[in-house]
Write a protein that binds this ligand. Structure first.
Ligand SMILES: NC(=O)c1ccc[n+]([C@@H]2O[C@H](COP(=O)([O-])OP(=O)(O)OC[C@H]3O[C@@H](n4cnc5c(N)ncnc54)[C@H](OP(=O)(O)O)[C@@H]3O)[C@@H](O)[C@H]2O)c1
Length: 319
């Protein structure tokens, strides 16, 4: 199937994604916008696409079938709004917006325009995550006793990277890394009854956050940080066994261990390809969202709003 993408933003993740898009048969980048034009030009030299001076022109290139937004968190709202107002199908990097209130505004706007809109939450297009969800649904490990989901890795030079360390850019470990942990627990177990969170702040953003998600019969521990390695694995323990997912947000394998069996589910394909192939198919079929739903994006933002409230991270969109 052919599909023509417009890229808004040509930073690190855009380049990683573009490399994989080139491997999907029929997918092309036809149009590009970046705030700093010379970076858009050097991007297009490698990955193709016509470079435009404004995002408005780029998304309105007549060949464009879908727009991918890969700019910093604080800019997502305006770029998504631009796409929805122009009825351009849009896939935007995580987190969709700074808080739930901003996403609600966009959903309201889109209720009129009915344009395809989805979060680039690639973890949940990954067959490994979907297999883990299936094991939980099939009750393979029985009644859940505990869960631990952490994304605690040293991001070298994070203090100098304003995308990560400034409150103006909606930085912090929770929105950058923790979004995957919160989403993982949400996808497997739904909304918790209660959350108890603590964190450590630097420049008004969290370099560390830790939460207990209290469910009916168990507690899930969720943590993210970018100043120290403390693991990036998800472990779920049940009465009958354990599920372990190393590098859970981009997993190539998950291990199910019970008294009866040990199963290793593996998938080594480049992980962004699943998300982009699925979203292109959804757009071609006229769908308005993907199976990674907007309701789930909204509820995860509401959980992160609550964590930020408890640890004291306040963005301009909260005021
Ligand atoms: N899915 C994943 O695995 C993954 C991984 C990393 C990041 N992300 C997400 O991807 C997004 C970008 O992250 P990144 O690592 O690619 O960051 P990055 O390398 O710092 O790139 C940031 C991009 O945003 C643009 N930008 C910054 N401020 C802007 C503004 N005020 N107006 C317009 N454009 C602006 C930059 O343009 P200039 O070139 O002009 O500075 C650049 O294109 C974030 O939302 C992040 O959460 C996702």
């Amino acid at each position: 199937m052919s599909f023509n993408w417009c890229f808004i933003g040509t930073g690190k993740i855009a380049r990683r994604v573009a490399k994989q898009i080139m491997t999907i048969e029929g997918h092309k980048i036809v149009s590009v916008y970046n705030r700093t034009k010379k970076k858009a030009i050097s991007f297009a030299e490698v990955f193709q696409g016509r470079v435009y001076d404004t995002a408005f022109e780029a998304i309105n290139d007549s060949k464009v079938e879908g727009v991918y937004i890969a700019t910093t968190n604080d800019t997502h709202f305006d770029f998504i709004k631009l796409c929805l107002e122009n009825k351009k199908p849009v896939l935007c990097e995580k987190p969709l917006t700074g808080n739930a209130k901003e996403l609600q505004k966009l959903l309201k706007l889109n209720a009129k325009n009915q344009t395809f809109f989805s979060e680039a939450m690639w973890t949940w297009f990954n067959p490994v995550s979907l297999q883990v969800k299936k094991w939980i649904k099939e009750n393979k490990i029985g009644k859940i006793k505990s869960a631990d989901c952490r994304f605690c890795v040293p991001l070298f030079g994070y203090k100098k990277n304003i995308r990560l360390s400034s409150v103006e850019k909606y930085g912090g470990a929770l929105l950058d890394l923790g979004v995957y942990c919160v989403r993982y627990m949400y996808e497997l177990f739904g909304l918790p009854n209660r959350i108890i969170s603590t964190g450590k702040l630097y420049n008004g953003v969290d370099i560390f956050n830790k939460s207990q998600f209290i469910y009916d019969n168990f507690t899930a521990n969720v943590a993210s940080r970018f100043n120290l390695y403390q693991g990036d694995t998800c472990v779920i323990k049940g009465e009958k066994g354990t599920i372990k997912v190393p590098l859970f947000h981009r997993a190539n394998k998950a291990i199910l261990k019970t008294k009866k069996e040990r199963v290793v589910f593996k998938d080594n394909r480049p992980k962004f390809t699943y998300q982009f192939a699925q979203v292109a198919k959804d757009i071609k079929e006229g769908k308005k969202e993907s199976f990674v739903s907007l309701k789930s994006s909204l509820e995860v933002l509401q959980l992160m709003d609550e964590i930020r409230k408890q640890i004291g991270v306040i963005y301009s969109c909260d005021k």
